[in-house]
Design a protein around this ligand. Structure first.
Ligand code: GLU
Length: 320
């Protein structure tokens, strides 16, 4: 049995870009008979928006995107993540780190990863025996970092093709638990995907740099045979080439829904962005299942201008 997951983060509303990624994930699952789990990735407490998870669920249902299990909230699974962090600390795969972000940024040799974040220079690697020792040394709570020394990862992405990463030099040691013991995204995703027997991960290609980190976690947790197949999809971007966000205008699915735009109009636009040619508007996501093919999904990002152009005009509400 193959299993995938839809994993929205309630840090904001579902916009057309997220909706397209979820639609492709859903179409692949329904075409191939994969089971779908809905997982709410709500660990980023300060950035979570109240009601965003419920709204995302309504938006997905409105488009006819359904699931077989869940919603499962990551916030209800903290024990599992903490156990994994302890295991990695015990085995030496991870270590306590008391550096502040400022210190990491200021490190003279700190080069930058593709996403602009400083690459951690390994200052605390091998320095402390335990988090308690680290805390005592610096009078601050220690975060936990994964040791990427000499680590390289190769994987074959279903959409993007073969990838090679020299993780130590391209990405550096990454945080798996913050100082306040909140598990980081990379760790939580691997623990969940492994526990939930996820075989197929489909997501935006802004997360492709996360994949080598996640594969290293599978290895260190003794879960190599559970590493899923990865499909990273190009994003929807604004006319400035940056990924679709608030600054480009309001492209929230809920805004169109509340303005009376029919779900079929949204689906027709998303279908076009998936390379599907339609003769009439679909009513629900399932109407696209027959025509969808991953091979026809455009290889380049989709450029959307919410303020003008044919795509924006296609979403005008009946009233205006
Ligand atoms: N929750 C993540 C997001 O909304 C997706 C994580 C994943 O698919 O691994 O970007």
């Amino acid at each position: 049995m193959r299993i995938t997951r839809l994993a929205p983060s309630p840090t904001g509303a579902l916009h057309l870009g997220n909706a397209r990624t979820f639609l492709i994930n859903w179409l692949l699952a329904r075409q191939n008979g994969w089971r779908i789990i809905l997982r709410i990735e709500d660990l980023d407490g300060p950035r979570n928006k109240r009601g965003a998870a419920e709204l995302a669920i309504q938006d997905l249902q409105w488009l006819g995107i359904d699931w077989d299990e869940g919603p499962i909230r990551q916030s209800s699974r903290l024990d599992h993540y903490r156990a994994a962090v302890e295991k990695l600390l015990r085995s030496g795969a991870a270590y306590p780190c008391v550096c502040t972000r400022k210190e990491v940024d200021a490190a003279a040799s700190a080069p930058h990863a593709d996403d602009g974040a400083s690459i951690y220079p390994g200052t605390c690697r091998g320095k402390f025996k335990s988090r308690e020792e680290a805390r005592a040394a610096r009078a601050r709570e220690a975060a936990v970092r994964f040791n990427t020394q000499n680590a390289t990862v190769d994987f074959a992405d279903t959409f993007c093709g073969p990838r090679h990463f020299d993780v130590e030099h391209q990405l550096g040691d990454f945080v798996i638990a913050k100082g306040d013991a909140t598990p980081a995204y990379q760790l939580a995703v691997v623990v969940d995907d492994a526990d939930m027997n996820v075989t197929d991960v489909v997501r935006g290609d802004d997360l492709i740099d996360s994949t080598p980190r996640q594969i290293l976690l599978y290895r260190a947790l003794g879960l190599v045979n559970r590493i899923p197949s990865y499909t990273h999809l190009p994003l929807v971007v604004g006319t400035d080439g940056r990924r679709l966000a608030k600054r480009h205008g309001d492209t929230r699915v809920s805004t169109y829904r509340q303005a009376g735009v029919p779900a079929g109009k949204i689906l027709a636009l998303l279908a076009k962005w998936c390379g599907i040619e339609l003769t009439r508007d679909p009513e629900k996501a399932a109407d696209l299942a027959e025509q969808f093919s991953l091979d026809r999904v455009p290889r380049k990002p989709i450029v959307f201008d919410p303020a003008g152009g044919a795509d924006a005009a296609a979403l005008q509400s009946p009233a205006g």
